[in-house]
Design a protein around this ligand. Sequence first.
Ligand code: GDP
Length: 320
Amino acid sequence: MKSYWSGKRVTVTGGAGFLGQHVVRRLESYGAKVFVPRQRAYNLVALDACLRCLLEHPCDVLFHTAAYYGGIGINQSEPARLYYTNLVMGANLMEAARLAQVAKVVNIGTACSYPGYLEGHLKERDLWAGPCHASVVNYGLTKKMLAVQGEAYKKQYGLDSIHLILTNLYGPGDSYNPERSHVVAALVRKWVEAEMAKAPRIEVWGTGKPVREFIYVEDCADAIVLAAEKYQDVTMPLNIGTGIGTTIRELVETINAVTGYRGTITWNADKPDGAMMKVLDVERMRQVLEGWTPPTDLKSGLAKTIAWYRANKAQADTKW
Ligand code: GDP
C-alpha cells in the first residue's frame, strides 16, 4: 500500500538533533524525500536564511523540530537566549513558509506553554487558562506564540499548520551536559558516574515531589509523523505524550532499580522544583492517532537509555 509520505518532499529543521533525527528516519522509511538544513548553511534565526532554505529546497511539509532548549537549569541561566532564538526562529520560519508556499507546517510545541499552576492533567483547551510557570516562561511563551501565528497565517494567507505539544523527552542522544540537561539525562549521568566512582551518595535537585511525564524519544517521533498525517486543526493544539505522571522520587527509584545503585540519595531543596505537575491529557491524541499509544514503558526506556549512555559516555559528554 502506498504510504501517505511516499514521494513527498519534507524539510525537517533540527533534523540532525535529538528528536529530529528520529523524525527523519521514520519519514524516510515511509518513502518521503527529506531535506535537513544545517546551521552552517542556513541560520534559521534569520528570515533570509529561512526563505533561502525553503526556496532552494522546496517542500510539501515543513517539520519545525529545531529548538534551543533544555531543563530547568538553562531556563535560569540563559532565559534571554532561549527567548530570542526560539521566538525569532519560529516566527521567521512561518513567514518564509507562506512566502515559499509550503503546503503544511508541523510545529513542535512544549508543555512549558501550559499554565504552570493548574491542577490535574493538561488539556488542550486550557492552554490559555493562566500564566506559564515562572521557571520556564521564557521558553514556553515562544512556542505558544507559534500557535497564535499558525491561526493568524491560516486566516490571512491560508497556510495550513498544526501545533503539537510535547512533554519531557528522554533517550539516547539527549544532552547530558548538567547545565543544560533535563532531569532524566541529568540523573542517568549522575548514576552512571556514581557507579564508576563507587560514590556513596548522589545529590538530586528539589524535593522529589514534582510530577512529570516522560516519553521515549523514538515513540515521540512516531507520534509526530502520524499526527502530521492525521491532524489538521490549526485552532487547537494536540498533546503528544503518555499521560502518565511520575514523581521525581519515583523516577529516582526506577533508575536505582535499573542500575542496582545502593548508595544514599540526598535532596537539595535549594535547587528549584519548577512546576509541581506537568502531565498531559492524551485523550484527543488517542482519538486522532486511532488508538496509538507510546509502546515504551518508563523502565524499559530507562534501561535502553542507561545502556546507551554507558556505551557512549565519552561522546555523549562532549555534546552541549
Ligand atoms: P522541567 O520539567 O521543565 O521542570 O525541567 P527538568 O527536566 O530540568 O526538571 C524536572 C524536575 O526534576 C524538577 O523538579 C527538578 O528540580 C528535578 N531534578 C532533580 N534532579 C535534577 C537534576 O539533576 N537536573 C535537572 N535538570 N532536574 C532535576
